[in-house]
Design a protein around this ligand. Sequence first.
Ligand code: CTP
Length: 401
Amino acid sequence: MKVVLGVSGGIAAYKACELLRLFTESGHEVRVVPTREALKFVGEPTWAALSGHPVTTDVWESVHEVPHVRIGQRADLVVVAPATANVLAKAAHGLADDLLTNTLLTARCPVVFAPAMHTEMWQHPATAANVATLRARGAIVIDPAVGRLTGADTGPGRLPDPAEIFQVCLRVLRGSPNDLAGRKVVVSAGGTREAIDPVRYIGNRSSGLQGYALARTAAARGAEVTLVAANVSLPDPAGAKVVRVESTADLREAVLAAAADADVVVMAAAVADFRPAARHDVKIKKTDGEPAPIELAKNPDILAELGERRRAARAAGTPHPRVIVGFAAETHDVLANGQAKLARKGCDLLVVNQVGENLAFGTPDNAATVLVAGGEPVEVPRGPKDDVADAVWNLVAPRLP
Ligand code: CTP
């Protein structure tokens, strides 16, 4: 595929080199179109060498080839990473004073912007309005990550991990729909841990891969995603706001807060059903004789609570999530257990996985049966967890009013 990589003048321009390599190494033909300011951060020879193509910044070079029209017209995808506040403003207003902005005006293919800038610039009403304009026109604008910025600043404004931007681009190139644009989506992922003492916990084997795939694919389909991650050590999906939690109590608080104004909630996290009734403040020492048993207390069922809150909100006429999706990991009687769980928890869809040795946990692939309240079950064939996630969104999107 023909990809145009626009690079504008921010310190994160160096990260675009990795994005470029990911495209070229997977067989895509990439034309890099930096702005003049971008070349102050990473020079022309680097872009030319990594892309294998000449690099120009303005429309007055190689005029006989009319590149300012051709580059955009021929592209299958334009991705601007990093996109500065300035380039977003120009794109939103249709200004064209260099090769990149000309390319953006001539492109008829999908356009992805990965903004990176200081928090104040990202949060400025002018930038927010420009981003809204671009999104309304169908562009994918990936929310910047939260974290360390240049110098001592921290906050939203970081360029997401290039590998994650690449994943969004691949999905867009494969024709991923933009059907969750403007929707607020909450996804829980990973597995909760319940402390026994300061060094030990009760936990489970969830890697978070399926939940992260759901967040990544929802962002690529245009959703505003809050990812509540319990003990996951994976890179943040591009575009998702990540809230890190440890215990079931933390997860419950974060999910219920984010669900208050969400359109969709997906509970992909493996939630510990029990916690030690008492947490020891100091490490339990090995003593002679038998170890003391650990007394357990029951944790709240967050999914069931989401269902109950929705029932109450519907009755009161207050806002509530339109679609609630649960997951169920079953080792036996998979469908019968799943149907009972769907009814008990009051969700709209239940994604049922068979788990056991080498099934689902920590593996890149998954297969599932999606049980539908008041409908027929849908089989999702074994495939990458991103594809399973897309199959779930394919069922969610038509249920949104
Ligand atoms: N879940 C939850 N809160 C809990 C337990 C589970 O919100 N305390 C959610 C999970 O995130 C998942 C769904 O409920 O979406 C089903 O989880 P599962 O562990 O399979 O169901 P349980 O109700 O715990 O049933 P069991 O373990 O008895 O099969």
